[in-house]
Design a protein around this ligand. Structure first.
Ligand code: NAD
Length: 286
């Protein structure tokens, strides 16, 4: 059984990125637009700040109350689009219900869209030409690639059809390349007979947002399990901890490899986002 840890992957990547940034001679700058205070979002953003500081990427947080209007938010985005000192813009989710997420994502210039969620970048992802691949799907591919887990010809089942994880990831798995060529099934909240589908997966990806949702009976013996979930839960002693969408301890014996939470997909995602800020800097500099 292999634990697919992020650290061996990100260690070298951070060193390389940091030296490339130094050689370029301009500090990449990211602005994170945060609305309200979601614990999972705080956790992600604090990691961006921490690792950004280590490798020379400036991460600025712009915080707003959850009462901010859609128009006010669009004005904020427009200013960031115009600001030459801001290379990357990240809109931290979840957004309050009165705000149309698509409208705000569309307002971000595609050339500063380090999350890769703008329709221009998602369209180009389908065409295999994107500047920015969404960071979490890219992290899943990088983990499989680093640990030499072949995807060609495999049946990959993804639980979750979100625009930021499930849908782009399914598309990436279909590419005709080293981390693609898979047969992909996407399951979601309306899928019938979920267990009968997930238990056919050679590689099972969980991106659901429900703590420890995936249990051993959902996994084929010897499958690879990739846990995208990050959920804050309270232990019996009142401590707050982060767990994934997979019941990790219970599933260990069933799979051939599994990502830990924390220290798995999320850590590689953080690296990818910071890397994309440098990509954005170079795009906007040219
Ligand atoms: P989302 O809420 O947008 O989507 C969840 C998906 O799960 C939906 O498509 C829904 O249909 C499906 N789902 C919900 N209940 C289900 C059920 N009972 N059976 C089958 N499918 C069900 O969530 P998201 O933004 O895609 O995030 C998913 C998880 O990944 C969350 O835990 C989130 O915190 C985490 N996440 C982690 C990273 C990272 O870097 N590791 C990045 C983004 C999101």
């Amino acid at each position: 059984m292999v634990i697919l840890k992020a650290k061996p992957i990100t260690k070298d990547k951070y060193e390389l990125l940091s030296s490339e940034i130094r050689a370029f001679g301009v500090v990449p700058s990211l602005t994170v637009v945060m609305i309200g205070n979601d614990p999972a979002a705080e956790y992600y953003v604090q990691n961006l700040v921490k690792f950004g500081a280590k490798i020379g990427v400036e991460v600025n947080l712009t915080r707003f109350e959850s009462t901010i209007s859609e128009n006010e938010l669009i004005l904020v985005i427009n200013e960031l689009n115009q600001n030459k000192n801001v290379h990357g813009i990240m809109l931290q989710k979840p957004l309050p219900k009165h705000i149309d997420e698509n409208k705000i994502v569309n307002a971000i210039t595609p050339f500063k869209d380090v999350d890769g969620f703008h329709p221009y970048n998602l369209g180009n992802l389908f065409l295999e030409e994107s500047n920015f691949i969404p960071c979490t799907p890219a992290a899943v591919l990088e983990i499989l690639d680093y640990y030499q887990i072949a995807t060609t010809g495999k049946h990959i089942v993804i639980i979750g059809r979100s625009n930021i994880v499930g849908k782009p990831l399914a598309n990436l798995f279909l590419r005709k390349d080293k981390t693609g060529n898979a047969t992909v099934t996407i399951c979601h909240s309306k899928t019938d007979n979920l267990v009968s589908i997930t238990s056919q997966a050679d590689i099972l990806v969980a991106a659901i947002g429900i703590p420890e949702f995936v249990e051993p009976e959902m996994i084929k013996e010897g499958a690879v399990v990739i846990d995208v979930g990050i959920n804050e839960i309270e232990t019996e002693t009142g401590d707050k901890i982060y767990v994934g969408d997979v019941a990790y301890e219970a599933c260990l014996a069933k799979c051939s490899a599994i990502t830990p939470v924390p220290g798995g997909v999320g850590s590689v995602t953080t690296y990818n986002l910071l890397k994309n800020v440098f990509v954005a800097l170079r795009l906007n500099y040219a």
